[in-house]
Design a protein around this ligand. Structure first.
Ligand SMILES: [Mg+2]
Length: 216
């Protein structure tokens, strides 16, 4: 049995790095300090970085420049060090592996080596059978191609890009709210939505009466 999982927001925390980079760039540009919780809430509701900054009151022109710098900085090694496994993820992957489930991780990153660094830093590298990194500019099509290359029982992700790729490949999809998008945003897109990877995995591979993940 093969299961596909997204990386950012599904296996590793998405908030720390995004917020830290935004705060750093704002500081460098001499702008007011970031309201971190509000910034993250706006992004999770579907706003782009630029749109979230405008909603927080930064001038339109400055927001565009800040968002541009944010994009250039977000995958730098010094920020990737902030990536950590989401609560419970390590245990879920260990259980899947012990049941013989093959774990494929699909992610869109500008730097392929950065994705491996994130997995390594989060302590998850040894629990992943395959890591595939695609170009963010064609994330949906590239992820769909990879999903269709083998039979996958499902794909778990935290964004519309993940859901669209699964739909294109004809693979069942479950969205988690542990990452980039809030429940309301994901639900409005028509996805099956659960809080964490554990609940999502349980929908694909079943659960024992005690709640532990079991293979079928
Ligand atoms: Mg993601």
């Amino acid at each position: 049995m093969r299961l596909a999982l997204d990386l950012d927001g599904t296996l590793v925390d998405a908030r720390a790095r995004q917020v830290a980079v935004a705060s750093h760039v704002l500081g460098e540009m001499g702008e007011a300090a970031l309201e971190e919780d509000l910034f993250w809430a706006l992004k999770r509701a579907g706003a782009t970085t630029e749109r979230a900054l405008v909603k927080l009151g930064y001038p339109l022109r400055a927001a565009a420049d800040i968002a541009d710098s944010w994009r250039k900085e977000i995958e730098a090694d010094r920020w990737l060090e902030l990536d950590d496994a989401l609560p419970g993820v390590l245990r879920v992957l260990q259980e899947l592996r012990s049941r013989g489930v093959t774990i494929t991780v699909l992610t869109a990153r500008q730097r392929a080596e950065g994705a491996a660094r994130s997995l390594e830093g989060a302590g998850l590298a040894d629990l992943v059978d395959e890591l595939h990194v695609v170009d963010p500019a064609r994330a949906v099509a590239a992820k769909a191609d990879l999903l269709a290359r083998h039979v996958h029982v499902g794909f778990v992700g935290d964004t519309a890009s993940d859901g669209e790729a699964a739909a294109a490949a004809g693979v069942p999809f479950v969205a988690v709210t542990s990452g980039q998008c809030c429940f309301g945003h994901l639900y409005s897109l028509g996805y099956r939505v659960v809080p964490t990877l554990r609940e999502a995995v349980g929908l694909f591979v079943g659960r024992s009466p005690a709640g532990a993940t079991v293979g079928v």
